[in-house]
Ligand binder design. Structure first.
Ligand SMILES: Cc1cc2nc3c(=O)[nH]c(=O)nc-3n(C[C@H](O)[C@H](O)[C@H](O)COP(=O)(O)O)c2cc1C
Length: 191
């Protein structure tokens, strides 16, 4: 049986895909095999034992291709551990209010696909560079009061990856726990 984890994300300008890379990198540090792919490049989940799915929020919603991905793979995703993460400028200040607002963007996704029950939901700040945006999108950013800058916090992204790791890999986590027990049992004999 495969134990490879897929970390996949939708992204318009690469920010969320870079967050996906950080999550994958952190999971790999535990020795787990991890693939990272843009969401549109994923057609088949049979090679994976768990999936981490991310999208930025644009105009108050997850990108359509991320929602489509969940719909296309809903049967497979309802049978394996899944985690969601979202990248949004509302999180540029990490407060309880910002978290509630950012979670609300995900509520329609959770409600539309109740058979997928994520083991974790990561909420991360994104990046805003008005100069790189078309005029209309600059207005959206200004109307919403999003400041320019890269507000991604690599430490909180990596911490979240560690928090979800055991829930993504129940079998791996169990074998690590048993190794620990055996080490403990072996210890007195070595003294
Ligand atoms: C046109 C546009 C609309 C956006 N709408 C929202 C929004 O409704 N809420 C929010 O928190 N962030 C919003 N953002 C901020 C993005 O979530 C943020 O820039 C993110 O880092 C983009 O990730 P990406 O580079 O992976 O597409 C918006 C950004 C743009 C360019």
């Amino acid at each position: 049986m495969t134990n490879t984890i897929l970390v996949t994300a939708a992204s318009r300008r690469g920010t969320t895909l870079e967050v996906a890379q950080m999550i994958a990198d952190e999971l790999r540090r535990s020795g787990l095999p991890v693939d990272v792919l843009p969401i549109k490049a994923v057609t088949d989940l049979s090679a994976y034992s768990a999936v981490v799915i991310g999208s930025p929020v644009h105009f108050g919603q997850w990108l359509p291709e991320a929602v489509q991905f969940l719909e296309d793979h809903r049967d497979a995703l309802s049978q394996m551990p899944v985690a969601y993460f979202t990248v949004a400028m509302t999180m540029h200040e990490d407060t309880a209010e910002a978290r509630a607002k950012t979670m609300a963007f995900l509520d329609p996704v959770l409600a539309a696909l109740p058979e997928i029950d994520p083991v974790g939901i990561g909420l991360f700040a994104g990046k805003m560079d008005r100069k790189a945006l078309p005029r209309v999108e600059q207005w959206v950013a200004t109307l919403n009061g999003y400041p320019d800058g890269d507000f991604r916090n690599e430490f909180s992204i990596r911490t979240w990856a560690n928090l979800i790791r055991d829930d993504l890999t129940p079998v791996h986590a169990e074998s690590i726990a048993w190794e620990w027990v055996y080490d403990e049992i072996a210890l007195p004999a070595n003294l």
